[in-house]
Design a protein around this ligand. Structure first.
Ligand SMILES: Cc1cc2nc3c(=O)[nH]c(=O)nc-3n(C[C@H](O)[C@H](O)[C@H](O)COP(=O)(O)O)c2cc1C
Length: 285
C-alpha cells in the first residue's frame, strides 16, 4: 500500500492554517462537538483543546468533511490516502442490482482464496461503522479447509448433544436432517467452504454483536466484487458460544468471544437472476 501514514502521537488532529478558510465545517461535523471555532479576523484556525484528546472518537469526520483538505488526523492508525476528487459515486441502479444480486453461497469450488485477497477485503471491512468508532471487532480467519471441516464436525457433535438433551430449543426440529446429511458425507454446516471468517471481540457487557454483524455484512457484500461468495454460518456461531470443544478448537485469546461467523470461497455457480422478497413494510409518521 502506498502513502500509508502511521503516526503515534497524543495530538489527535492537526489544522493547516495555510489551507483552512475557517468555514466551520469541522466544528459542526465533529460528532462529539470537540472542535472549537476559529477566528477569521485573527486567522486562528479551529482547534481541539489538548485535554479533549482522550474523548476524541478518532472517527476522522473532521478530516473527511473538510472541503480544503486542511485537517489531518494524527492518531495511531494506518490508511491509504485516496483522492476522492475524480471519484464518481456508484449510481442507485448499479448499486441496487449489485446489492440485490448478493446471495448466500452454499456451493464452493476447492480453490483457495489467497491471503492477499482476503486482506484486501479486510482493508475495506475495517471501515465498517462501529458504536462511537470503537472498532472492537477482531478476526479469526480459518484459512485451512481441514480446520473448517473440524469446525463442522464439532458443530455436529454439539447438535447431537442438543438433540439428546431436555433443552426445548426450536432448532431441534432441523437437527436430524442436518446430522443425517453429515453422516452421508455432506457438510450442512460450512457447506464445503474452504474458509471461515469469525468476528470476535472482548467479552464485555458493553460490547454486543452489532458491530461484528455490521462488519460481516460488509464482508459478505464486498465478496462478490472480488469474485467470491459467502454465507452466514449461524450454527457455528451458536455452537461456538457454549460448546467447549469448539471453543477450545477456535482458541481465541483469553476473555474473547465469537460474535458471528461466515463461510466463504469461490462460488461454484453464478447468480443468474434475483429472487423475490416481501414488499417493504413501512409505517410513515
Ligand atoms: C444471522 C444469519 C444466520 C444464517 N445462518 C445460516 C446457516 O447456518 N446456514 C445457511 O446455509 N444459511 C444461513 N443463513 C443464510 C440465510 O438462510 C439466507 O440469508 C436467507 O435464506 C436469504 O437468502 P439470501 O441470503 O440468498 O438472500 C443465515 C443468515 C443470517 C442472516
Amino acid at each position: 500500500m502506498d502513502n500509508i501514514l502511521v503516526v503515534d502521537s497524543m495530538t489527535m488532529i492537526s489544522f493547516d492554517s495555510q489551507l483552512c478558510t475557517n468555514c466551520g465545517t469541522c466544528v459542526v461535523t465533529c460528532p462529539l462537538g470537540l472542535i472549537l471555532e476559529g477566528d477569521k479576523a485573527s486567522e486562528r484556525t479551529p482547534f481541539m483543546p489538548d485535554n479533549l484528546d482522550a474523548v476524541c472518537a478518532k472517527c476522522g469526520s473532521c478530516e473527511a468533511f473538510c472541503p480544503e483538505g486542511a485537517i489531518s488526523s494524527l492518531f495511531d492508525t494506518s490508511y491509504s490516502k485516496v483522492s476522492l476528487k475524480d471519484f464518481r459515486d456508484i449510481g442507485p441502479e448499479q448499486l441496487g442490482i449489485y446489492m440485490r444480486k448478493r446471495r448466500s453461497v452454499r456451493n464452493y469450488s476447492y480453490e483457495l482464496v489467497s491471503k492477499e485477497k482476503i486482506e484486501r477485503i479486510m482493508d475495506i471491512v475495517r471501515y465498517a461503522p462501529s458504536g462511537v468508532n470503537s472498532q472492537p471487532v477482531k478476526w479469526l480467519i480459518v484459512h485451512n479447509p481441514e480446520k473448517v471441516r473440524k469446525i463442522t464436525s464439532l458443530t455436529i457433535e454439539w447438535m447431537q448433544g442438543l438433540l439428546e438433551s431436555d433443552d426445548e430449543n426450536p432448532m431441534k426440529m432441523m437437527i436430524p436432517t442436518l446430522i443425517s446429511a453429515y453422516e452421508n458425507g455432506k457438510d450442512p454446516i460450512c457447506r464445503g467452504a474452504p474458509h471461515l471468517a469469525i468476528a470476535y471481540t472482548v467479552n464485555s457487557q458493553y460490547i454486543d454483536s452489532t458491530d461484528s454483524v455490521i462488519a460481516l455484512t460488509w464482508f459478505e457484500l464486498a465478496a462478490p466484487a472480488f469474485g467470491l461468495g459467502a454465507c452466514w454460518a449461524g450454527f457455528v456461531k451458536i455452537a461456538s458460544i457454549s460448546y467447549q470443544p469448539l471453543i477450545d478448537e477456535l482458541n481465541l485469546p483469553p476473555g474473547h468471544v465469537v460474535r458471528h461467523a461466515m463461510m466463504f470461497g469461490y462460488p461454484r455457480y453464478d447468480v443468474h437472476s434475483i429472487p423475490g422478497r416481501n414488499p417493504v413494510d413501512i409505517k410513515w409518521k
